[in-house]
Design a binder for this molecule. Structure first.
Ligand SMILES: Nc1ncnc2c1ncn2[C@@H]1O[C@H](COP(=O)(O)OP(=O)(O)OP(=O)(O)O)[C@@H](O)[C@H]1O
Ligand SMILES: [Mg+2]
Length: 374
């Protein structure tokens, strides 16, 4: 998809942003702590992290609803925040759209009036102009026939389109989302997520999207920024974040993982290392180049990367385990397996059952074993 050779335009440039809040007792917390990234034209960036890690504060700072205590923000090449130079451009002059929880559509207004609202509040468009723009943007999001409906008379998908139309109507190519799907029930949410991703790719606006739901992040993002205590701890494509988690925190936040403690025996020039653990010695892939022989580390691997067999495999990187329990989950079955005192999880297509109490071999190849710092 990304076959464009020319470098893409930077829509938002965030540099060293700090935002502090005073707690009730008087102590100060860094809600956003030295964050920086570039958002490219047409890019969908997801801010992912647990409750309280600073996602909303960072988004509100980009929107101009919070004033940062340090750092700079540029939008479309224009300086919007610089605490050092006293620059702070108000939200309504940042040319961006916002979509919050459950879309926040006005229930007493028709679709037309909801979408026309940002244009009317700018006070620079006449009636004809507003009607043209609203019609155009509703056609863009695929609901030109719904102008006279009220939000309460529409499906979740239609409401999402109205919210998107309202965010885009004033001509911005940047939309900020704060957990818009969090009040929608699980089944509808998956459908809406799919539609949103499709519309974003088709219409081409750039997006910053906040969520604490990892599967939502995986499904929507071109890039995910994982946050912890006000900091971005890793930023990369969903695949990079999942397959090459840089820390235990990221590996555990994005998906399920198994862990074994160990000590590095030797490091190879190809970025692999041999690690001794209580269940044997394994070759894994280093998450950081500076991990050295003698270091205490953690081996992390995904439940789907363990390959079970009844026969002893010819390969190395294997251990012997007992199947303790099986949990049928439809498409796959989750097994709890035990090796001495250690327990791990293993996922397998349900068609290929393992029986409980069976003694099995499990092989995990070196590329799927990540060596992380404890
Ligand atoms: N107006 C405020 N005054 C004081 N502290 C605040 C304020 N807003 C946020 N905080 C604090 O800043 C930190 C980050 O909050 P924020 O709302 O950005 O988290 P979040 O990642 O969006 O969490 P959630 O997933 O629960 O929405 C929290 O410790 C919060 O208590
Ligand atoms: Mg929040």
């Amino acid at each position: 998809m990304d076959s464009v050779a020319a470098p893409r335009r930077v829509v938002v440039s965030v540099r060293d942003i700090v935002k502090r809040f005073q707690r009730a007792g008087g102590s100060v917390t860094n809600a956003v702590d030295n964050v920086g990234f570039d958002l490219l034209a047409g890019e969908f960036l997801v801010l992912l992290g647990p409750s309280g890690c600073g996602k909303t504060t960072l988004l509100r700072t980009i929107a101009g609803l919070e004033r940062p205590d340090g750092g700079t923000i540029e939008i479309d090449g224009r300086l919007c925040d610089s605490s050092e130079n006293g620059v702070h451009v108000p939200t309504e002059r940042r040319r961006l759209g916002m979509i919050f929880q459950s879309y926040a559509l006005w229930p007493h207004m028709t679709v037309f009036d909801n979408v026309a609202y940002p244009l009317r509040s700018q006070r620079k468009h006449n009636k004809r102009d507003i009607a043209d723009r609203v019609e155009r943007v509703l056609t863009m999001v695929g609901i030109p026939e719904l102008t006279k409906q009220y939000p309460g008379q529409m499906s979740g998908g239609q409401q999402q389109r109205v919210a998107l139309a309202r965010a885009l109507v004033a001509g911005s190519d940047l939309v900020l989302f704060d957990e818009p799907l969090s009040n929608v029930d699980a089944r509808v949410r998956e459908q809406l997520r799919f539609e949103l991703a499709t519309m974003q790719r088709d219409l081409g606006f750039a997006a910053v999207y906040v969520t604490h739901d990892q599967s939502e992040a995986m499904g929507l993002a071109h890039r995910i920024a994982v946050m912890e205590s006000g900091k971005i701890v890793q930023i990369g494509s969903p695949r990079e974040i999942y397959d090459e988690a840089a820390s235990r925190y990221v590996a555990n936040f994005v998906g399920t993982s198994n862990e074994i403690r160990g000590r590095v025996q030797s490091v190879e020039p190809d970025g692999t290392a041999s690690v001794t653990t209580v269940i044997g010695t394994f070759v894994g892939t280093l998450s950081k180049p500076d991990i050295a022989a003698g270091d205490e580390v953690i081996l992390v691997w995904r439940p789907e990367d363990g390959e079970p067999s009844i026969e002893e495999p010819a390969s190395s990187n294997r251990f012997r385990a007992v199947v303790e329990a099986a949990l049928f989950l439809g498409s796959h079955t989750e097994y709890s397996i035990r090796v001495g005192e250690s327990r791990f999880r293993l996922w397998r297509a349900s068609r290929r059952q393992l029986s409980t109490d069976a003694e099995i071999w499990v092989t995990v190849d070196a590329a799927s074993m990540r060596i992380l710092r404890p």
